[in-house]
Design a protein around this ligand. Structure first.
Ligand code: FAD
Length: 575
């Protein structure tokens, strides 16, 4: 079946829905999503959305932009960071006007809390910048945007999984999708196609990411020959629930929670004397891993799965249950720990992809010399780049609403003049045949490959990296990609075949794992979330540049793109 729209947005998280809302002002707009929209990972965001409203402390978008650049270890494109910080303010008020129930100050203004790396006056002290709705900020954003999209007559195709992008040279023409309920292939033709497919934390064993976060958008585009930007930069959040990775928001430390090692020492005093527990995530994750490796983790046995404690018990029961009610619930459910009384056991958890599909500030997919016409990306799958080598907490939600909205606006204008592309006569045929083969012939189960990939990426391309281990990772992931060719479903049913879906997702994760490991091996310096034991220093002379990785079979070809440093000169980072 073929559907025709002006604009098709893939993904119904914060970025996709905001773009759909804007695009639908002029364009017949469809949102295609493998999940029911409000189940998108944006709904799991807890801590908040950063914007310099100045409701609690004096604040200024320029300080927000500077913190973003410094937090990203100067790999951030600085004009994009200015746009992020400047437009965040209006974007938050727009969400408020559209009905988002933010937590309030006693005077009735949007309340704000502190978050890692967000400071007053270029690094003087932490500032209250994160706007929040208890610890359910992302859920409230999704609900608000989804309601508005329904009101604007956006067409939703729920539980449709995109398997292929159709390009006509450098022009996007359509997508091919697999409908989960029926097993049928649907083709969509549109003047503008946007990817907002979210992150890919599932490539790691311990992750805060939902099962659906498998990087489908970047992987599909990589297979279509489009380079991916800065894929070596993957963020480990310092505080996942031990052994499970479920996130404990940085908001806990923003409200006054403290990290402690096995002797009860507040160890961040040794690593970040000014910001302490509210230093950026890459630094706090490294501090935790160093404590563990030097035998000061809770077990003290220097193993990678040892942990430290996050203590919020001194905040008092009332504050814990008012400010972080969901976290308190998670801890009681999964650990039988009540954070109002006991500290929480935590370890770094794979959390956020700084890299992804390269775009300009209007969401158009582009490299240094090519703009892909009619092709857009925004949200976690995209790289603008406003997060550089390390994203600050709360800046992803800002990224969604600022750049999701900008992409939607650009699409609304673009479709007014652009002609409908033409699709090849056999569009969808390859996908149909591929899925039929997966179902009909016998082969290996995907489960063991999935597990091996996660183990390799966690142990060899994790918080600390070195050449021998990453070389092994590249070879081992490539071997898994070979084995993947023999994977088949065990159950051939047509309706709701989750196994087919799982195999398609694994393919995407394997491809992105290869690109991540290969680009990390290539970058011989330490910067932000990319920390090499064999090259511990940042090396601006050779590496102040974005990497652009093109997947070619089992090889990854790596080129570069300049970083926009037009506002602030790169300096060493101290906190
Ligand atoms: C537990 C947790 C807490 C977080 N807390 C915060 C926070 O407090 N503040 C902050 O700024 N950031 C936070 N983040 C990060 C932030 O939430 C995410 O980066 C962001 O929500 C991603 O939004 P998105 O719109 O890009 O994608 P998502 O919300 O992940 O949505 C992706 C969409 O793409 C669709 N999709 C994917 N693949 C396909 C396919 N093949 N076919 C069709 N559809 C597809 C999915 O159905 C889904 O609708 C948190 C992340 C996690 C995991």
């Amino acid at each position: 079946m073929t559907h025709e729209f002006d604009a098709v947005i893939v993904g119904a998280g914060g970025a996709g829905l905001y773009a759909a809302l804007e695009a639908s002002k002029t364009a017949r707009t469809a949102v295609v999503s493998k999940l029911y929209p409000t189940r998108s990972h944006t709904g799991a965001a807890q801590g908040g959305i950063g914007a310099a409203l100045g409701n609690v402390d004096e604040d200024n978008p320029e300080w927000h932009a500077f913190d973003t650049v410094k937090g990203g270890d100067y790999l951030v494109d600085q004009n994009a960071a200015r746009i992020l910080a400047d437009e965040a303010v209006q974007a938050v008020y727009d969400l408020e006007n559209r009905g988002l129930p933010f937590s309030r100050t006693p005077e009735g203004k949007i309340d704000q809390r502190r978050f890692g790396g967000h400071t007053r006056n270029f690094g003087e002290a932490p500032v209250h910048r994160s706007c929040y709705a208890a610890d359910r900020t992302g859920n409230m954003i999704l609900q608000t945007l989804y309601q508005q999209c329904i009101k604007n007559d956006v067409h939703f195709f729920d539980e449709f999984h995109v398997v292929e992008v159709i390009m006509d040279g450098t022009r996007a023409a359509g997508i091919v999708t697999f409908e989960l309920a029926t097993g049928e292939i649907h083709v969509f033709k549109a003047k503008a196609i946007m990817f907002a497919t979210g992150g890919f934390g599932r490539m790691f064993k311990i992750t805060s990411n939902a099962h659906a976060n498998t990087g489908d958008g970047p992987a599909l585009l990589a297979r279509a020959g489009i380079p991916l930007e800065d894929m070596e930069f993957y963020q480990f959040h310092p505080t996942g629930i031990r052994g499970m990775g479920i996130l404990i928001t940085e908001g806990v430390r923003g409200e006054g929670g403290i990290l402690k090692n096995r002797s009860g020492e507040r160890f961040m005093e040794r690593y970040a004397p000014t910001l302490l527990d509210l230093a950026p995530r890459d630094m706090v994750s490294r501090a935790i891993m160093t404590e563990i490796q030097e035998g000061r983790g809770m077990r003290g046995d220097r193993q990678i799965d040892d942990w430290v404690m996050l203590d919020a018990s001194h905040l008092g029961r009332e504050k814990v249950y008012a400010k972080i009610p969901d976290i308190a619930d998670f801890c009681k459910t999964y650990l039988a720990v009540d954070p109002a009384e006991q500290p929480m056991p935590v370890q770094p958890t794979a959390h956020y992809a700084m890299g992804g599909i390269p775009t300009n500030v209007d969401g158009q997919v582009c490299t240094a010399d090519t703009v892909y016409e009619g092709l857009y990306a925004a949200g976690e799958c995209a790289c603008v780049s406003v997060h550089g080598a390390n994203r600050l907490g709360t800046n992803s939600l800002v990224d969604l609403i600022v750049f999701g909205r900008r992409a939607g606006k650009h699409i609304a204008e673009f479709v007014r003049h652009a002609p409908q592309p033409t699709l090849p006569a056999d569009a969808g045929k390859a996908a149909r045949e591929r899925i039929a083969t997966l179902k009909k012939t016998r082969g290996a189960h995907p489960g063991p490959l999935y597990k091996q990939m996660q183990d390799i990426m966690m142990s060899k391309v994790g918080v600390y990296r070195n050449e021998p281990q990453m070389k092994e990772a590249v070879a081992e992931i490539n071997a898994l990609r070979q084995e993947f060719a023999n994977v088949r479903v065990q159950d051939g049913s047509e309706n709701y075949n989750q196994e087919v879906l799982g195999i398609l997702e694994l393919e995407n994760l394997l491809d992105l794992s290869l690109v991540t490991a290969a680009t990390a091996l290539n970058r011989t310096e330490s910067r932000g979330g990319h920390s090499r034991e064999d090259y511990p220093e940042r090396d601006d002379a050779n590496w102040l540049k974005h990497s652009m990785a093109t997947l070619r079979g089992g090889d990854v070809a790596i080129g570069y793109k300049a970083v926009d440093t037009s506002i602030w000169e790169p300096k060493p980072r101290t906190y």
